[in-house]
Design a protein around this ligand. Structure first.
Ligand code: ZN
Length: 139
């Protein structure tokens, strides 16, 4: 049994920037000798999230629109009253989507659908550099 932690960095524009990180995850995997097990992709920070989607511009925009309806930018957030950093919407969005995504690892590759990618979502109200972790557990 092996437990391996890899890391990569992603520069984002914020404001619900959605970035395909599937190749980054596969690169991290190829640096480990683990063939079968479980892979968890996790972002450090409370205004970003990791999820999965078909990475094509139509549905990515549909997701961004749905998130805007769930936690609009232009309403009052108590977080902003407290900290005045103006990103209350980003914290709420990140909590709703979640900060990690787990996927089985089989014969050295991620068990994903043909049209299924792993995405990093950055909700903050400014560009960020994000640390994304790939935890590989298996043999
Ligand atoms: Zn904040």
């Amino acid at each position: 049994m092996a437990v391996v932690l890899k890391e990569f960095q992603v520069s984002t524009k914020g404001f619900t920037d959605v970035i395909d990180v599937t190749d980054n995850v596969r690169r991290a995997l190829s640096q480990s000798k683990v063939q079968n097990g479980l892979v968890t992709v996790s972002v450090a920070g409370s205004t970003a999230a990791v999820s999965t989607i078909e990475f094509e511009s139509g549905v990515v925009q549909d997701l961004r629109d749905a998130i805007e309806r769930m936690a609009p930018v232009d309403i009052a957030y108590k977080h902003d009253l407290r900290w005045h950093d103006g990103n209350g919407f980003a914290h709420v969005r990140a909590a709703m989507i979640g900060s990690s995504f787990s996927v089985p690892l089989h014969s050295g590759d991620l068990v994903l659908g043909t049209w299924q990618q792993i995405v990093l979502l950055d909700f903050d109200n400014r560009p960020r550099s994000r640390r994304v972790f790939v935890q590989i557990i298996g043999e």
